[in-house]
Design a binder for this molecule. Structure first.
Ligand code: BEZ
Length: 218
């Protein structure tokens, strides 16, 4: 089955959206920063209430990184506004400071590839969008599985780290900021010596191929 719709590297369509803050065109919101755009099946539902609460609690982490949040839920603005006190009450310390897009007729989610093809309905999709309005990372979870916001932050930190190093580095399994990174296979040892004057370690592996090079960039 072929999944239709926008994916990594595609430009998010410049839709005019109605939100709990004001109405805007998506590209105006994305301009000059990274954005985490995340969808929810509907208001006043249990998993969504916990997820939006967690995002509200983590909002300062995204702010510190200069990254914007933008939620979407498949109900109207009045419903979103009525729901926010529940979200904040259920997750102590959470403030829903980010805008939530209204999509009561489910017209926006297909255009943003935020559909669950098994249910043929709304999903828990999440796109990390770069300042160029292109999708850099996507998650697609079914409505029955709440996302892990620590992983969203971790993946975002990886994207920011790779971008800072012009994708000459990558981050290994379970990487966290301050941990060593690996050098991209596209970078020769000669270039790596210039890029990482502090040095790097090449893992000694049975194949003797020196492809796993670890550098400390913190
Ligand atoms: C929820 O947010 O809990 C939910 C929403 C739609 C379907 C199932 C669960």
């Amino acid at each position: 089955k072929i999944m239709p719709g926008i994916t990594l590297g595609d430009t998010v369509p410049n839709l005019e959206v109605e939100t709990t803050h004001k109405n805007f065109k998506l590209h105006d919101y994305f301009a000059d920063s990274w954005t985490v755009l995340f969808s929810h099946p509907g208001d006043f539902t249990p998993v969504c209430t916990t997820e939006l609460g967690a995002m509200g609690k983590y909002a300062h982490e995204f702010e510190q990184r200069g990254v914007k949040l933008l939620g979407l839920s498949c109900d109207d603005i009045q419903s979103h506004k009525d729901w926010i006190p529940d979200i904040e009450a259920f997750t102590p310390g959470s403030k829903v400071t980010y805008p939530i897009i209204a999509d009561p007729n489910k017209e926006i989610i297909p255009q943003l590839n935020m559909i669950d093809p098994i249910e043929n309905g709304p999903s828990r999709a999440l796109h990390i969008v770069g300042p160029d309005c292109k999708i850099k990372l996507s998650f697609l979870y079914p409505s029955t599985t709440g996302r892990n916001m620590d992983e969203v932050l971790r993946a975002l930190d990886s994207l920011l780290m790779a971008a800072k190093h012009k994708n000459k580095i990558a981050t290994p399994v379970n990487w966290k900021p301050d941990e060593p990174v690996v050098i991209s296979p596209a970078v020769s040892d000669e270039e790596a010596k210039k890029l990482f004057p502090q040095g790097f370690k090449t893992a000694e592996l049975p194949s003797k191929k020196g492809y796993l090079r670890v550098a400390d960039v913190s």
